[in-house]
Structure formats: structure tokens, C-alpha cells
Ligand binder design. Structure first.
Ligand code: GLY
Length: 367
């Protein structure tokens, strides 16, 4: 299913084909400045949902894109610990006060927290209005904004309230990353590593061989890297929109990663950093259970660590993390499911792993 032969000189558009809707995920420098062209003809009032921080860094692109389009700017607080239902209720009240109706459109402009929250607002406002996704962080460009997953956290668990709501289009503009803080950029790189491990030996080789170019955001390298992740994501979502099977592979590193985010009240780790930790744990678990060879496990662990550092995991209780695994969305009737790598570019979903081995893997990753 996965091949890298698509790559040409020009920047690509990938078609997401789901039962709910078909749309393009387009990777192109400068495309955010042409957002108006992707708004539906005859649409009602436009609401741009973003954060003040995002607007300070890359708001110029949106101002240019919408200079002839009447719109309202609505801001979310930003930060994983504020990805909750209450701010969305407040925005919905504002939208009504500003004259929103069923013909209104939301433009989500921000990182993964914004694309998840604005997407969910669009999913539930008056039972659903369209959303155009314009991700501004690497993490949102390679993963969060594509595929229609929207939602918010509960205190007890990540993304436990949400909905599938496919967007009108996803406009992925690598130029927007130029002002991204280095920590945010590296957090996104862990989702890139995830894509490489689950589906792309070619991307894995690039991340190993071109570390400096990747970290320094060398144009052509980063553009290929993003496009390869988008290709993988689009193929997976098109095959399994509702995560009944294949889409589960996108959760490599997320089972333990989500537990880590909840355990630290969503304040200590960026999502990608928690995923890095989760990938270390899952890779160790795959080795302990014999699903992956020691050389392949060592390559994965070395690559994850090469893009570090991950924030300090001191004082995190492995038993508490393990306990949280049962409230993960992939847990079915008490059976925790793990996405384990079996080789570079291949994974297997495994349930009912011996709890002692899970504990060992978590303890190893915490070191
Ligand atoms: N971020 C995982 C997914 O979209 O399924």
C-alpha cells in the first residue's frame, strides 16, 4: 500500500476520500495566503478560530488571504491544558452574538490544539457547519489537521470528547513554519518519526541521514518530509476513516503518550514530546515481546533520541501511567491495545500484553 514513488518536483495535493466527504490536502508554499479561494461559494459569515500567539507570528498570511473577505477573528487560549469544552461553549455564544447561522464557515488557523478544537466547534455548532483547516505547526501539518478527528480533553483522559468532522480542505503551507519556536518544531518531528516507523522506510532513512538539514528546516528536505507524511496520513484515512482497523497504526506511541499527558495535567509535555516517550515505551515493549528485532528497535530508539531532548520525566510514577492506559480510547472492554513496530515501516496491533512487560517498557522509557 505504501510507496514513495509519488514525489515530483512540484508540490503535491493528495485526495482524502471518505464516506463523509472527499477533499484535498494540499502541500504548497504560500497556499495560506490564497485561502479565500477554498471557501465555498455563497457561504455565510466566516469565523477564523486561532490563538493570539499564532496571530502574532503568522497572522499576516491570514490578513492577506482575507483582505476582501468579511470575517470575525475568535481566539482560543492555547495550551493543551485549556483544550476543554468550556472555551468552545464561550466561542459558540460569541458566534451567535455575531450573527452566525447554518451557512457560516469556520477557518481553523493554528496548531493541533486549534485544529482539533475549531474542528469540533464546527462539528457541533448548529449540528455542524463546514471547516477549512490551515495548520500552522509541523505537528498539525503532518497529522492533526488531516482526517477529520476533532475534540477536546477530559481531565481524566486525552481527546475523550469528540467527533469525526471532515474539512472542506487542508491547506498545508510549509512557509508558516519559519517562525515556529524550535521546541514546537521538534515536537512535530516526533510525529514525523511516527509516520516513518509505521509506513515509510524512505522517510526513516532521510531522518537518519539528514538530521541537520531537518533540524535547520532546510527547504526541500522539509517539504518532501511533510509531503511524505501527508501522503501516508491521507492513504490511511481514506482506507479507514473511522479507525476500525488500519487507522489505529497512527496511534503508535500514543497509548503511553496520552497517559503521560494526562498524568502531568497536560502541562509538562507538548503532545509530540509525549508521543516520543510513548514510542520509546512501545518499541521496548515490541522488543520484550519479540515483535521486533533488536537492531530495528535500536534504530528506532536512536532516531527518537537523536531529535531530543524530551522533557525530564523525573518523579513520574510508572504504576500511575500504567493504570491510566485503561482509559485510552483504543482500550476495548478493559483490553489495552498497543501499536507495536515489527520493522522499519511496519506495525502490528497487539492486545493483552503481559502487564509485567508493559511495566518494564514504561520503566525503561522513563530512565
Ligand atoms: N492522529 C491520529 C489520527 O488522526 O488517527
Amino acid at each position: 500500500m505504501f510507496s514513495s514513488a509519488w514525489y515530483k518536483k512540484s508540490m503535491p495535493a493528495f485526495r482524502v476520500a471518505t464516506a463523509a466527504r472527499s477533499y484535498d490536502a494540499i502541500v504548497e508554499n504560500g497556499i495560506a495566503r490564497r485561502a479565500a479561494a477554498y471557501l465555498p461559494a455563497g457561504a455565510g459569515k466566516l469565523f477564523v478560530v486561532s490563538t493570539e500567539d499564532v496571530f502574532q507570528h503568522v497572522g499576516g498570511a491570514m490578513r492577506e488571504a482575507l483582505h476582501t473577505v468579511p470575517h470575525e477573528l475568535l481566539t482560543l487560549p492555547g495550551g493543551e491544558d485549556t483544550k476543554r469544552l468550556a472555551p468552545l461553549e464561550a466561542l459558540a455564544e460569541k458566534m451567535v452574538a455575531l450573527g452566525a447561522d447554518r451557512t457560516s464557515v469556520i477557518l481553523a488557523f493554528g496548531g493541533g490544539i486549534v485544529t482539533d478544537m475549531a474542528g469540533f466547534l464546527a462539528a457541533i455548532f448548529m449540528r455542524g457547519i463546514p471547516v477549512l483547516q490551515i495548520p500552522t505547526t509541523l505537528l498539525a501539518q503532518v497529522d492533526a489537521a488531516i482526517g477529520g478527528k476533532t475534540g477536546v480533553n477530559l481531565a481524566c483522559g486525552k481527546n475523550l470528547i469528540g467527533s469525526f468532522h471532515q474539512p472542506l480542505a487542508v491547506l498545508i503551507d510549509p512557509e508558516l513554519l519559519a517562525t515556529l519556536p524550535p521546541r514546537e518544531y521538534r515536537a512535530g518531528l516526533y510525529e514525523v518519526i511516527k509516520s516513518a516507523v509505521i509506513a515509510s522506510p524512505a522517510l526513516f532513512d532521510l531522518l537518519e541521514a539528514q538530521r541537520e538539514a531537518v533540524l535547520q528546516q532546510h527547504g526541500a528536505t522539509v517539504e518532501w518530509m511533510i509531503a511524505e507524511c501527508v501522503r501516508i496520513k491521507v492513504e490511511v484515512v481514506s482506507a479507514d476513516e473511522r479507525e476500525m482497523g488500519l487507522r489505529k497504526i497512527l496511534n503508535f506511541g500514543h497509548t503511553v503518550g496520552h497517559a503521560l499527558e494526562a498524568e502531568t495535567a497536560y502541562r509538562r509535555f507538548l503532545h509530540g514530546e509525549a508521543v516520543a516517550f510513548g514510542m520509546l515505551a512501545a518499541t521496548r515493549l515490541a522488543q520484550l515481546t519479540g515483535y521486533v528485532s533488536p537492531p530495528a528497535a535500536s534504530r528506532i530508539e536512536t532516531l527518537v533520541r537523536a531529535y531530543g531532548p524530551i522533557p525530564d520525566t523525573a518523579a513520574i510514577d510508572p504504576a500511575a501511567l500504567q493504570k491510566r492506559l485503561v482509559s485510552d480510547k483504543k482500550t476495548r472492554q478493559g483490553h489495552v491495545h498497543f501499536v507495536l513496530p515489527t520493522a522499519i515501516g511496519a506495525t502490528q496491533i497487539v492486545a493483552d500484553v503481559e502487564p509485567a512487560l508493559v511495566r518494564q517498557a514504561i520503566e525503561y522509557a522513563l530512565q
